[in-house]
Design a protein around this ligand. Structure first.
Ligand code: ADP
Ligand code: MG
Length: 363
């Protein structure tokens, strides 16, 4: 009898099928790993105009994020060099030319900021005016070291500048050529540059294919998309530190706060905050902070500054003139005045005294 042939275990999976399965397995693992690395937050802290800008991305791979951060760092370096109000660069050259009655050459971003400022200056009745660099310098606010200690400038020094009525609308723009016949026009982009920088950052991120991001310059920010399954959630700054509450960002929004509590001059008797009323040449009074939510950093930044200048009586009219519907104002006693649309958006931390105030001229 023929010995029993040893039972051969036949592979159930033939060779071609095996390699297909192996390949599928590798592909699934690869996709899973890619999904994992994309399902995380990538963040960086960059530095521009004396402010740390925190950038968080969601859904980007580490390689995409690192490429984006490198590009943004270069972009910020250019902005710092070209837009700085007192460190020597393109803007200080423009201001020197204006003082000397000479034409000056700008770049497209400076032209954009001037054009937008001209319109916002007009709509805010001159409360936002980036041509008052001479006054800002006179007050000593061309520094990063706060607080500044010492008495305010004399009324005679302030009046000497006010009499010349510097306005961004005194600047004529022809391509990249700037001219003005008012030598008191001195540009200071302290109230607009951060907002525009945040807008340009979002634009650059989008051009790199990034759709979920938050760009946060010390509580002033713009966000797009979401943080995975949940919205971006941000704190609304409170005068003196902390937050009055939180906002969940809906789609593409900018949130900016201007206040009188962080940067100021101080003498024995009082504080002189860095936001000046262009009509008087003295610091704006009676509002501690303004928070604006709108779809653009430039508008949110300039509007917040203008509304601080407008004061408790007039901020609703100025908000209306700028077509803003989401504004929160905090006065010196901590009372919060809110437009109805803003009241819907803030999740307050704790009890606050709230007054709902409509912006005056909304459509
Ligand atoms: P922050 O820089 O603290 O966020 P703002 O956005 O309000 O505050 O900008 C304040 C800066 O804007 C000042 O430091 C100054 O450079 C400039 N500035 C002050 N007053 C005005 C004004 N009335 N219009 C335009 N710019 C101003
Ligand atoms: Mg501002």
């Amino acid at each position: 009898m023929k010995p029993h042939a040893p039972t051969r275990i036949r592979p159930v999976i033939n060779k071609p099928l095996r390699s297909t399965l192996l390949l599928t397995f590798i592909l699934i693992c690869g996709a899973w790993l890619t999904a994992c690395e994309r399902n995380t937050e990538q963040s960086a802290e960059l530095f521009v105009f004396g402010t740390i800008v925190e950038i968080k991305l969601w859904g980007a791979s580490p390689a995409e994020a690192s490429n984006a951060f490198t590009e943004l760092q270069q972009m910020f370096q250019g902005m710092h060099r070209d837009w700085h109000a007192w460190e020597p660069g393109r803007l200080t050259e423009i201001n020197a030319a204006f003082r000397a009655g000479q034409p000056a050459t700008a770049d497209p971003d400076i032209v954009t900021m001037i054009r937008r400022s001209q319109s916002i200056e007009e709509r805010t009745g001159g409360r936002f005016n980036p041509a008052i660099g001479g006054l800002i310098e006179l007050w000593g606010f061309h520094t990063s070291d706060y607080p500044i200690v010492g008495p305010p400038p004399s009324q005679a020094q302030i009046s000497a500048i006010l009499e010349q009525q510097p306005s961004s609308r005194d600047i004529d723009i022809d391509g990249l050529q700037l001219t003005t016949d008012n030598p008191a026009v001195q540009l200071d982009f302290g109230g607009i540059a951060k907002g525009y920088a945040v807008d340009l950052t979002i634009r650059r991120l989008r051009s790199l294919g990034i759709t979920n991001a938050i760009v946060n310059a010390g509580g002033d920010l713009r966000a797009i998309g979401s943080h995975g399954k949940r919205p971006w959630r941000v704190a609304v700054k409170k005068p003196g530190g902390g937050s009055i509450g939180f906002v969940e960002v809906q789609g593409d929004e900018a949130i900016f706060t201007s206040g009188n509590y962080e940067r100021f001059r101080q003498d024995q008797t009082r504080r002189y905050p860095h936001i000046l009323d262009p009509a008087t040449g003295w610091p704006a009074k009676d509002i501690a902070s303004v928070t604006v939510i709108t779809d653009e950093g430039l508008l949110a930044d300039t509007a917040a500054t203008a509304l601080v200048v407008a004061g408790l009586q007039e901020w609703p009219a100025v908000a209306g003139a700028l077509d803003l519907d989401k504004v929160a104002v905090v006065d010196e006693s901590g009372t919060i005045y809110l437009t109805p649309a803003m009241e819907q958006r803030i999740q307050f931390s704790g009890e606050v005294k709230r007054v709902i105030t409509k912006a005056d001229r909304l459509h």
